[in-house]
Design a protein around this ligand. Structure first.
Ligand code: GLA
Length: 390
Protein backbone atom coordinates (compact mmCIF):
# COMPACT_ATOMS: atom_id res chain seq x y z
CA UNK A 1 0.00 0.00 0.00
CA UNK A 2 1.13 3.56 -0.69
CA UNK A 3 2.23 5.69 2.31
CA UNK A 4 -0.09 8.52 3.31
CA UNK A 5 2.67 11.11 2.74
CA UNK A 6 2.79 9.93 -0.88
CA UNK A 7 -0.98 10.27 -1.16
CA UNK A 8 -0.69 13.85 0.17
CA UNK A 9 1.58 14.69 -2.78
CA UNK A 10 -1.05 13.41 -5.23
CA UNK A 11 -3.71 15.61 -3.62
CA UNK A 12 -1.47 18.64 -4.16
CA UNK A 13 -0.96 17.52 -7.75
CA UNK A 14 -4.70 16.99 -8.18
CA UNK A 15 -5.33 20.61 -7.14
CA UNK A 16 -2.71 22.02 -9.47
CA UNK A 17 -4.02 19.96 -12.39
CA UNK A 18 -7.77 20.42 -11.92
CA UNK A 19 -7.96 23.54 -9.71
CA UNK A 20 -8.68 23.88 -6.01
CA UNK A 21 -11.92 23.63 -4.08
CA UNK A 22 -14.50 21.01 -3.20
CA UNK A 23 -14.33 17.68 -1.46
CA UNK A 24 -11.76 15.22 -2.83
CA UNK A 25 -12.32 11.55 -1.93
CA UNK A 26 -9.90 8.65 -2.20
CA UNK A 27 -10.68 5.09 -3.33
CA UNK A 28 -8.52 2.00 -3.70
CA UNK A 29 -8.98 -1.20 -5.71
CA UNK A 30 -6.36 -3.97 -5.52
CA UNK A 31 -4.91 -6.06 -8.30
CA UNK A 32 -5.33 -9.81 -8.10
CA UNK A 33 -3.29 -12.93 -8.52
CA UNK A 34 -4.90 -16.27 -9.20
CA UNK A 35 -3.55 -19.16 -7.11
CA UNK A 36 -5.15 -21.73 -9.40
CA UNK A 37 -8.13 -22.13 -11.77
CA UNK A 38 -7.03 -20.58 -15.05
CA UNK A 39 -9.25 -20.10 -18.09
CA UNK A 40 -12.06 -21.74 -16.15
CA UNK A 41 -14.06 -18.60 -15.34
CA UNK A 42 -15.53 -18.10 -18.83
CA UNK A 43 -16.28 -21.83 -18.83
CA UNK A 44 -18.40 -21.36 -15.70
CA UNK A 45 -15.87 -23.25 -13.61
CA UNK A 46 -13.97 -22.71 -10.36
CA UNK A 47 -11.23 -20.20 -9.53
CA UNK A 48 -9.15 -19.51 -6.42
CA UNK A 49 -7.67 -16.00 -6.57
CA UNK A 50 -6.45 -13.54 -3.94
CA UNK A 51 -6.29 -9.76 -4.13
CA UNK A 52 -2.79 -8.34 -3.71
CA UNK A 53 -1.36 -5.43 -1.75
CA UNK A 54 -0.82 -3.37 -4.86
CA UNK A 55 -3.51 -1.63 -6.79
CA UNK A 56 -5.04 1.51 -8.22
CA UNK A 57 -5.95 4.61 -6.24
CA UNK A 58 -8.36 7.25 -7.47
CA UNK A 59 -8.86 10.77 -6.18
CA UNK A 60 -12.28 11.98 -7.25
CA UNK A 61 -14.13 15.28 -7.07
CA UNK A 62 -17.51 16.26 -8.44
CA UNK A 63 -17.39 18.95 -11.10
CA UNK A 64 -20.01 21.17 -12.75
CA UNK A 65 -18.57 21.66 -16.18
CA UNK A 66 -18.08 19.12 -18.95
CA UNK A 67 -15.97 17.31 -19.97
CA UNK A 68 -15.13 14.59 -17.46
CA UNK A 69 -11.37 14.85 -16.98
CA UNK A 70 -9.25 11.90 -15.86
CA UNK A 71 -5.51 11.68 -15.41
CA UNK A 72 -3.32 8.57 -15.15
CA UNK A 73 -0.09 9.21 -13.32
CA UNK A 74 1.40 5.87 -14.45
CA UNK A 75 0.97 6.85 -18.07
CA UNK A 76 1.29 10.58 -17.49
CA UNK A 77 -1.72 11.01 -19.72
CA UNK A 78 -4.87 13.06 -19.32
CA UNK A 79 -8.04 11.99 -21.10
CA UNK A 80 -11.41 13.70 -21.40
CA UNK A 81 -14.88 12.69 -22.44
CA UNK A 82 -18.26 14.21 -22.94
CA UNK A 83 -20.87 12.20 -20.97
CA UNK A 84 -23.48 12.84 -23.65
CA UNK A 85 -21.31 11.22 -26.31
CA UNK A 86 -19.08 8.51 -24.89
CA UNK A 87 -17.00 6.78 -27.54
CA UNK A 88 -14.09 4.38 -27.40
CA UNK A 89 -10.74 6.06 -27.98
CA UNK A 90 -8.38 3.12 -27.57
CA UNK A 91 -6.53 4.56 -24.62
CA UNK A 92 -6.32 3.66 -20.90
CA UNK A 93 -9.40 5.79 -20.14
CA UNK A 94 -11.68 3.45 -22.09
CA UNK A 95 -12.03 1.45 -18.85
CA UNK A 96 -13.29 4.61 -17.14
CA UNK A 97 -15.53 5.58 -20.07
CA UNK A 98 -17.05 2.09 -20.19
CA UNK A 99 -17.83 2.08 -16.47
CA UNK A 100 -19.31 5.58 -16.60
CA UNK A 101 -21.42 4.72 -19.64
CA UNK A 102 -22.95 1.53 -18.23
CA UNK A 103 -23.36 3.09 -14.80
CA UNK A 104 -25.29 6.00 -16.39
CA UNK A 105 -27.47 3.58 -18.32
CA UNK A 106 -28.33 1.76 -15.11
CA UNK A 107 -28.58 4.61 -12.59
CA UNK A 108 -29.58 7.49 -14.89
CA UNK A 109 -27.69 10.75 -15.23
CA UNK A 110 -24.47 10.84 -13.20
CA UNK A 111 -22.67 13.98 -12.14
CA UNK A 112 -19.44 15.07 -13.87
CA UNK A 113 -16.11 14.59 -12.14
CA UNK A 114 -12.37 14.99 -12.21
CA UNK A 115 -10.41 11.82 -11.44
CA UNK A 116 -6.73 11.31 -10.70
CA UNK A 117 -5.49 7.71 -10.97
CA UNK A 118 -2.23 6.44 -9.53
CA UNK A 119 -0.88 3.29 -7.94
CA UNK A 120 1.78 0.64 -7.71
CA UNK A 121 0.30 -2.09 -9.89
CA UNK A 122 2.30 -2.88 -13.04
CA UNK A 123 0.08 -2.36 -16.10
CA UNK A 124 -0.42 -5.14 -18.63
CA UNK A 125 1.36 -7.62 -16.36
CA UNK A 126 -1.56 -10.00 -15.85
CA UNK A 127 -2.39 -8.68 -12.38
CA UNK A 128 -5.77 -7.25 -13.38
CA UNK A 129 -4.73 -3.65 -13.75
CA UNK A 130 -7.78 -3.11 -15.98
CA UNK A 131 -10.27 -4.60 -13.50
CA UNK A 132 -8.59 -2.52 -10.81
CA UNK A 133 -9.19 0.71 -12.79
CA UNK A 134 -12.77 -0.36 -13.54
CA UNK A 135 -13.64 -1.19 -9.94
CA UNK A 136 -11.98 1.84 -8.40
CA UNK A 137 -14.05 3.94 -10.82
CA UNK A 138 -17.31 2.07 -10.22
CA UNK A 139 -16.98 2.25 -6.44
CA UNK A 140 -15.67 5.82 -6.66
CA UNK A 141 -18.91 6.93 -8.35
CA UNK A 142 -20.42 6.67 -4.86
CA UNK A 143 -18.78 10.04 -4.18
CA UNK A 144 -21.02 11.52 -6.89
CA UNK A 145 -24.12 10.26 -5.10
CA UNK A 146 -24.47 6.97 -7.02
CA UNK A 147 -25.67 4.22 -4.71
CA UNK A 148 -23.46 1.53 -6.18
CA UNK A 149 -23.73 -1.89 -4.53
CA UNK A 150 -20.64 -4.07 -4.96
CA UNK A 151 -22.62 -6.58 -6.97
CA UNK A 152 -23.62 -3.92 -9.51
CA UNK A 153 -20.06 -2.53 -9.61
CA UNK A 154 -18.87 -5.98 -10.72
CA UNK A 155 -21.52 -6.30 -13.45
CA UNK A 156 -20.86 -2.80 -14.78
CA UNK A 157 -17.09 -3.26 -14.75
CA UNK A 158 -17.25 -6.54 -16.60
CA UNK A 159 -19.55 -5.02 -19.17
CA UNK A 160 -17.12 -2.18 -19.67
CA UNK A 161 -14.41 -4.73 -20.41
CA UNK A 162 -16.56 -7.06 -22.58
CA UNK A 163 -18.73 -4.68 -24.53
CA UNK A 164 -16.87 -1.38 -24.50
CA UNK A 165 -13.18 -2.37 -24.57
CA UNK A 166 -13.99 -5.63 -26.41
CA UNK A 167 -12.22 -8.31 -24.35
CA UNK A 168 -14.51 -11.25 -23.59
CA UNK A 169 -12.96 -11.87 -20.16
CA UNK A 170 -14.72 -13.93 -17.52
CA UNK A 171 -15.90 -12.70 -14.14
CA UNK A 172 -12.88 -13.65 -12.00
CA UNK A 173 -10.93 -10.39 -12.06
CA UNK A 174 -13.76 -7.96 -11.39
CA UNK A 175 -15.30 -10.23 -8.77
CA UNK A 176 -12.02 -10.70 -6.91
CA UNK A 177 -11.03 -7.04 -7.02
CA UNK A 178 -14.45 -6.19 -5.54
CA UNK A 179 -15.07 -8.96 -3.00
CA UNK A 180 -11.60 -10.03 -1.77
CA UNK A 181 -10.98 -10.27 1.95
CA UNK A 182 -7.69 -9.80 3.79
CA UNK A 183 -6.03 -13.07 4.77
CA UNK A 184 -8.24 -15.20 2.50
CA UNK A 185 -8.47 -16.57 -0.99
CA UNK A 186 -11.82 -16.46 -2.76
CA UNK A 187 -13.24 -19.73 -4.04
CA UNK A 188 -15.69 -18.67 -6.75
CA UNK A 189 -18.09 -20.81 -8.69
CA UNK A 190 -18.25 -18.71 -11.86
CA UNK A 191 -21.51 -20.33 -12.93
CA UNK A 192 -23.60 -19.40 -9.91
CA UNK A 193 -21.26 -16.76 -8.42
CA UNK A 194 -21.49 -18.61 -5.14
CA UNK A 195 -18.29 -17.88 -3.31
CA UNK A 196 -16.58 -18.62 -0.06
CA UNK A 197 -13.58 -17.21 1.72
CA UNK A 198 -10.87 -19.81 2.18
CA UNK A 199 -8.49 -18.85 4.99
CA UNK A 200 -4.90 -18.71 3.82
CA UNK A 201 -3.57 -21.20 6.35
CA UNK A 202 -0.24 -22.00 4.76
CA UNK A 203 2.18 -21.11 7.54
CA UNK A 204 5.85 -20.30 6.91
CA UNK A 205 5.43 -19.69 3.21
CA UNK A 206 5.26 -16.60 1.04
CA UNK A 207 3.50 -15.79 -2.19
CA UNK A 208 5.89 -14.36 -4.74
CA UNK A 209 4.68 -12.90 -8.02
CA UNK A 210 7.39 -13.03 -10.66
CA UNK A 211 6.88 -10.78 -13.65
CA UNK A 212 8.59 -11.99 -16.83
CA UNK A 213 9.15 -8.48 -18.12
CA UNK A 214 6.77 -9.24 -21.01
CA UNK A 215 3.84 -6.84 -21.04
CA UNK A 216 0.71 -7.42 -23.09
CA UNK A 217 -2.84 -6.30 -23.38
CA UNK A 218 -5.39 -9.11 -23.53
CA UNK A 219 -7.00 -7.50 -26.54
CA UNK A 220 -3.83 -8.34 -28.52
CA UNK A 221 -3.60 -12.02 -27.53
CA UNK A 222 -5.45 -15.18 -28.68
CA UNK A 223 -7.57 -14.92 -25.50
CA UNK A 224 -10.83 -14.56 -27.43
CA UNK A 225 -9.77 -17.47 -29.68
CA UNK A 226 -9.46 -19.75 -26.64
CA UNK A 227 -12.98 -18.77 -25.66
CA UNK A 228 -14.40 -19.76 -29.03
CA UNK A 229 -12.38 -23.00 -29.05
CA UNK A 230 -14.04 -23.90 -25.74
CA UNK A 231 -17.44 -23.17 -27.23
CA UNK A 232 -16.65 -25.44 -30.18
CA UNK A 233 -15.38 -28.18 -27.85
CA UNK A 234 -18.63 -27.96 -25.92
CA UNK A 235 -20.70 -28.30 -29.09
CA UNK A 236 -18.70 -31.38 -30.10
CA UNK A 237 -18.97 -32.97 -26.66
CA UNK A 238 -22.72 -32.36 -26.55
CA UNK A 239 -23.08 -34.50 -29.67
CA UNK A 240 -21.87 -37.44 -27.58
CA UNK A 241 -23.01 -36.53 -24.09
CA UNK A 242 -26.26 -34.68 -24.67
CA UNK A 243 -26.99 -31.08 -23.65
CA UNK A 244 -24.56 -29.45 -21.19
CA UNK A 245 -24.62 -25.86 -20.01
CA UNK A 246 -20.86 -25.47 -20.18
CA UNK A 247 -17.56 -27.42 -20.15
CA UNK A 248 -17.44 -27.32 -16.36
CA UNK A 249 -20.56 -29.48 -16.19
CA UNK A 250 -18.70 -32.36 -17.79
CA UNK A 251 -17.09 -34.80 -15.37
CA UNK A 252 -13.63 -36.29 -15.85
CA UNK A 253 -15.25 -39.71 -16.35
CA UNK A 254 -17.65 -38.52 -19.04
CA UNK A 255 -14.84 -36.68 -20.80
CA UNK A 256 -12.45 -39.64 -20.74
CA UNK A 257 -15.07 -41.80 -22.48
CA UNK A 258 -15.56 -39.50 -25.45
CA UNK A 259 -12.45 -37.34 -25.76
CA UNK A 260 -11.04 -39.34 -28.67
CA UNK A 261 -13.97 -38.33 -30.85
CA UNK A 262 -12.95 -34.66 -30.67
CA UNK A 263 -10.55 -32.84 -32.99
CA UNK A 264 -7.20 -32.85 -31.17
CA UNK A 265 -6.96 -29.15 -30.36
CA UNK A 266 -10.49 -29.01 -28.99
CA UNK A 267 -9.84 -32.12 -26.87
CA UNK A 268 -6.74 -30.44 -25.41
CA UNK A 269 -8.63 -27.26 -24.50
CA UNK A 270 -11.50 -29.17 -22.90
CA UNK A 271 -9.14 -31.48 -21.00
CA UNK A 272 -7.41 -28.50 -19.42
CA UNK A 273 -10.66 -26.93 -18.27
CA UNK A 274 -12.21 -30.12 -16.90
CA UNK A 275 -9.13 -31.20 -14.91
CA UNK A 276 -8.32 -27.65 -13.78
CA UNK A 277 -11.68 -27.48 -12.01
CA UNK A 278 -10.77 -30.62 -10.04
CA UNK A 279 -7.39 -29.11 -9.14
CA UNK A 280 -9.08 -25.96 -7.82
CA UNK A 281 -11.31 -27.95 -5.48
CA UNK A 282 -8.32 -29.84 -4.13
CA UNK A 283 -6.24 -26.68 -3.84
CA UNK A 284 -8.91 -24.96 -1.75
CA UNK A 285 -8.78 -27.88 0.70
CA UNK A 286 -4.97 -27.67 0.83
CA UNK A 287 -5.13 -23.95 1.58
CA UNK A 288 -7.56 -24.46 4.38
CA UNK A 289 -5.73 -27.49 5.83
CA UNK A 290 -2.34 -25.80 5.48
CA UNK A 291 -0.80 -28.31 3.08
CA UNK A 292 1.80 -26.45 0.96
CA UNK A 293 3.31 -29.59 -0.51
CA UNK A 294 0.10 -30.74 -2.19
CA UNK A 295 -0.82 -27.18 -3.14
CA UNK A 296 2.56 -26.76 -4.81
CA UNK A 297 2.10 -30.04 -6.65
CA UNK A 298 -1.28 -28.87 -8.00
CA UNK A 299 0.20 -25.53 -9.07
CA UNK A 300 2.90 -27.29 -11.07
CA UNK A 301 0.37 -29.57 -12.78
CA UNK A 302 -1.76 -26.55 -13.61
CA UNK A 303 1.22 -24.87 -15.26
CA UNK A 304 1.97 -27.93 -17.37
CA UNK A 305 -1.63 -28.13 -18.47
CA UNK A 306 -1.69 -24.45 -19.45
CA UNK A 307 1.56 -24.92 -21.34
CA UNK A 308 0.86 -28.20 -23.11
CA UNK A 309 -2.91 -28.43 -23.44
CA UNK A 310 -4.23 -24.90 -23.36
CA UNK A 311 -1.12 -23.42 -25.03
CA UNK A 312 -1.17 -20.05 -23.34
CA UNK A 313 2.31 -20.10 -21.84
CA UNK A 314 5.39 -18.47 -23.36
CA UNK A 315 9.11 -19.32 -23.33
CA UNK A 316 9.68 -16.65 -20.67
CA UNK A 317 6.90 -17.95 -18.41
CA UNK A 318 8.21 -21.49 -18.81
CA UNK A 319 11.76 -20.40 -17.95
CA UNK A 320 10.70 -18.52 -14.84
CA UNK A 321 8.46 -21.39 -13.74
CA UNK A 322 11.23 -23.96 -14.25
CA UNK A 323 13.89 -21.88 -12.47
CA UNK A 324 11.45 -21.38 -9.60
CA UNK A 325 10.58 -25.03 -9.08
CA UNK A 326 14.26 -25.98 -9.35
CA UNK A 327 14.99 -23.71 -6.41
CA UNK A 328 15.02 -25.66 -3.13
CA UNK A 329 12.34 -24.21 -0.93
CA UNK A 330 9.74 -23.60 -3.63
CA UNK A 331 6.61 -25.69 -3.16
CA UNK A 332 5.19 -24.93 -6.57
CA UNK A 333 4.92 -22.34 -9.30
CA UNK A 334 2.64 -21.62 -12.23
CA UNK A 335 1.77 -18.95 -14.73
CA UNK A 336 -1.08 -16.85 -13.44
CA UNK A 337 -3.78 -14.89 -15.28
CA UNK A 338 -4.34 -15.27 -18.98
CA UNK A 339 -0.73 -16.13 -19.87
CA UNK A 340 1.02 -15.06 -23.11
CA UNK A 341 3.49 -13.12 -20.93
CA UNK A 342 2.83 -11.47 -17.60
CA UNK A 343 3.50 -13.30 -14.35
CA UNK A 344 4.05 -16.53 -12.48
CA UNK A 345 3.01 -17.13 -8.89
CA UNK A 346 5.38 -19.10 -6.67
CA UNK A 347 4.72 -20.60 -3.26
CA UNK A 348 8.05 -20.18 -1.45
CA UNK A 349 9.08 -21.39 2.02
CA UNK A 350 9.68 -18.27 4.07
CA UNK A 351 13.11 -19.58 5.13
CA UNK A 352 14.07 -19.80 1.44
CA UNK A 353 12.59 -16.45 0.42
CA UNK A 354 15.81 -14.49 0.70
CA UNK A 355 17.84 -16.94 -1.36
CA UNK A 356 14.99 -17.13 -3.93
CA UNK A 357 14.94 -13.36 -4.34
CA UNK A 358 18.74 -13.20 -4.41
CA UNK A 359 19.25 -15.81 -7.08
CA UNK A 360 16.24 -16.14 -9.38
CA UNK A 361 16.32 -12.66 -10.97
CA UNK A 362 19.95 -13.24 -11.99
CA UNK A 363 19.35 -16.72 -13.33
CA UNK A 364 16.32 -15.49 -15.24
CA UNK A 365 18.32 -12.65 -16.74
CA UNK A 366 21.09 -14.99 -17.81
CA UNK A 367 18.63 -17.19 -19.71
CA UNK A 368 16.37 -14.55 -21.22
CA UNK A 369 18.15 -11.19 -20.98
CA UNK A 370 15.00 -9.81 -19.42
CA UNK A 371 14.64 -8.02 -16.10
CA UNK A 372 12.11 -9.91 -14.01
CA UNK A 373 10.25 -8.04 -11.31
CA UNK A 374 9.43 -9.85 -8.06
CA UNK A 375 6.67 -8.89 -5.65
CA UNK A 376 6.07 -10.61 -2.31
CA UNK A 377 2.43 -10.28 -1.35
CA UNK A 378 -0.30 -11.33 1.06
CA UNK A 379 -4.06 -11.66 0.47
CA UNK A 380 -5.54 -8.14 0.60
CA UNK A 381 -9.08 -6.75 0.90
CA UNK A 382 -11.26 -5.58 -2.00
CA UNK A 383 -12.21 -2.18 -3.51
CA UNK A 384 -13.04 0.46 -0.92
CA UNK A 385 -13.04 4.09 0.12
CA UNK A 386 -9.97 5.21 2.02
CA UNK A 387 -9.53 7.93 4.55
CA UNK A 388 -7.84 11.09 3.25
CA UNK A 389 -5.71 12.61 5.99
CA UNK A 390 -5.19 16.33 5.31
C1 GLA B 1 -7.75 -12.97 -17.65
C2 GLA B 1 -9.25 -12.71 -17.66
C3 GLA B 1 -9.95 -13.59 -16.62
C4 GLA B 1 -9.55 -15.05 -16.76
C5 GLA B 1 -8.04 -15.19 -16.84
C6 GLA B 1 -7.61 -16.60 -17.14
O1 GLA B 1 -7.19 -12.53 -16.47
O2 GLA B 1 -9.51 -11.35 -17.42
O3 GLA B 1 -11.34 -13.41 -16.73
O4 GLA B 1 -10.18 -15.63 -17.85
O5 GLA B 1 -7.48 -14.34 -17.84
O6 GLA B 1 -7.92 -17.44 -16.08
Amino acid sequence: MIESSEIEKRIVDFDSRFGRGGQVDLYFAPGRVNLIGEHTDYNSGLVLPVAIQRGTYMLIRKSDMPPVRVYSENRNEEARFDPSNIVKEDDWADYVRGVYLYASRYFGKISLFDGYYFGDLPLGAGLSSSASIELVTAVGLRSLGVEMPLERAVIISRRAENDFVGVSCGIMDQFTVAYAKEGCALLINCDTLEHSYVPYNIADSSLVIGHTGIYRSLANTPYNTRLSECQSALTELEKKLGPKKNLSQISVLEFEKVKYSLPETLAMRAEHVIFENVRVEEAALCLERGDPEKLGYLMNRSHESLRDLYEVSSPELDTLQRLSVEHPGVWGCRLTGAGFGGCVIALVKTEALESYLNTIPDKYWRETHLEGDFIVTKPEGGARKMEVIH
